[in-house]
Design a protein around this ligand. Structure first.
Ligand code: NAP
Ligand code: ZN
Length: 357
């Protein structure tokens, strides 16, 4: 076991605070990573606050991790100390089921092991995420960071990047596709950048008029205010593909009405019940409503390599570890442009009177 310093919550209504805990000793196929930066996903906030009623405490979140290899287990041949690497939402899976064979480890039939708030497959111990000084991960779940990318900005690709890349690719978004992205936050801003880089014509659908200029700078050709009923009506049946990143329950019917013939609306944001869907909205134009969960490991590497080739990076606001609670308040208040990233070199300075985990 190795001593680890992290930052997490002891209950749903507690602020995040320093926590001392232990990581497992390296198994033969493990990689130990010294964490340099970790992004803050809205899922971290949902999990810490127990919004999904499944949080085990202490909860140490963080699944947008980049850093350097510190040590490797005796059977690891692909990585060596000093390598620049990344870890996303997954740290293990069974590797033999149909989903794993199809390289969709997130849908492992035996249950994927998520980076935090999951159980280690061998010991059953709770997993802890990237708001910490180091992490121990099975080698197959470690990604390589293209050297052309500035490491300070890479972390959000590991969740916001792959979660938007995967559905864009699965539904064949490219030149000639009319795409709309709903919600300009962490996921939404990556969706705009990636869809634009794939050659699509992109429209940003937002509740925030003040974000229009940013949406255009990120690569959107058009901006649609979802609160403008007349504009929404005139955009009816216009899009081939809509990616909906709204983080809470909402009515998807107004967005379904924007889909043209055989158009697809893919939900990635609201992991909870939705307002009732009107059957007529689906039947008209042969529309489909689908969902998508992160992406597999090979697909995540493909996305990182694409970003390396095209120079695509998230827009990050770097924060110190001790400012994470304020960052959560701002995330809830829709005040982030467009992803908070924690500089993990500030973790030790935030450690005053840490508790055991
Ligand atoms: P975020 O940074 O908070 O962005 C969400 C955006 O949605 C906001 O910036 C806002 O954009 C819009 N929005 C917020 N509340 C809204 C409301 N009540 N009605 C309409 N629009 C609203 O969040 P994120 O990190 O991108 O995450 C988004 C969601 O995806 C979270 O629920 C997260 O848990 C989930 N998620 C899912 C997966 C997956 O695998 N499917 C992976 C990661 C995250 P505007 O100001 O432009 O309206
Ligand atoms: Zn996430």
């Amino acid at each position: 076991m190795t001593a680890c310093l992290g930052y997490g919550a002891l209950s749903a209504d507690a602020e995040l605070a320093p926590i001392r805990f232990e990581r497992r000793a390296l198994r033969a196929d493990d990689v130990s990573i010294r964490i340099a930066y970790c992004g803050i996903c809205h899922s971290d906030l949902h999990q810490v606050r127990n919004d999904w009623r499944n949080t085990a405490y202490p909860c140490i979140p963080g699944h947008e991790i980049v850093g350097h290899v510190a040590a490797v287990g005796r059977n690891v041949t692909q990585f060596k100390p000093g390598d620049v690497v990344a870890v996303g939402c997954l740290v293990d899976s069974c590797q033999v089921c149909e989903s794993c064979a199809d390289r969709e480890e997130q849908h492992c039939l035996k249950g994927a092991t998520f980076t935090y708030n999951a159980k280690d497959r061998q010991t059953g111990e709770l997993t802890y995420g990237g708001y910490s000084d180091h992490v121990v991960v099975r080698d197959r779940f470690v990604l390589r960071v293209p050297p052309s990318l500035d490491l300070r900005h890479v972390a959000p690709l590991l969740c916001a990047g792959i979660t938007t890349w995967s559905p864009l690719r699965r539904w064949g978004v490219g030149k000639g596709t009319h795409v709309a992205v709903v919600g300009l936050g962490g996921l939404g801003h990556m969706a705009v950048k990636l869809a634009a880089a794939l050659g699509a014509e992109v429209t940003m659908i937002t509740t925030s008029p003040a974000k229009a200029a940013d949406a255009r700078a990120l690569g959107a050709q058009h901006v649609l205010l979802s609160t403008d009923a007349a504009a929404m009506k005139s955009a009816g049946s216009r899009f081939d593909f809509i990616l909906d990143t709204i983080p809470s329950s909402h009515d998807v019917n107004p967005h379904l009405a924007l889909l043209g013939r055989r158009g697809v609306l893919v939900l990635v944001g609201a992991i909870e019940p939705l307002a009732p869907v009107h059957g007529g909205q689906l039947i008209r134009n042969n529309r489909a409503l689908a969902g998508s969960a992160i992406g597999g490991i090979a697909e995540t590497q493909e996305m990182l390599d694409f970003c390396g080739e095209h120079g695509i990076l998230p827009n990050c606001e770097m924060i110190a570890m001790r400012d994470v609670n304020e960052a959560y308040r701002r995330l809830l208040a829709n005040d982030v442009k467009y992803r908070f990233v924690i500089d993990m070199s500030t973790l030790a300075a935030a450690d005053s009177g840490s508790v055991g985990g």
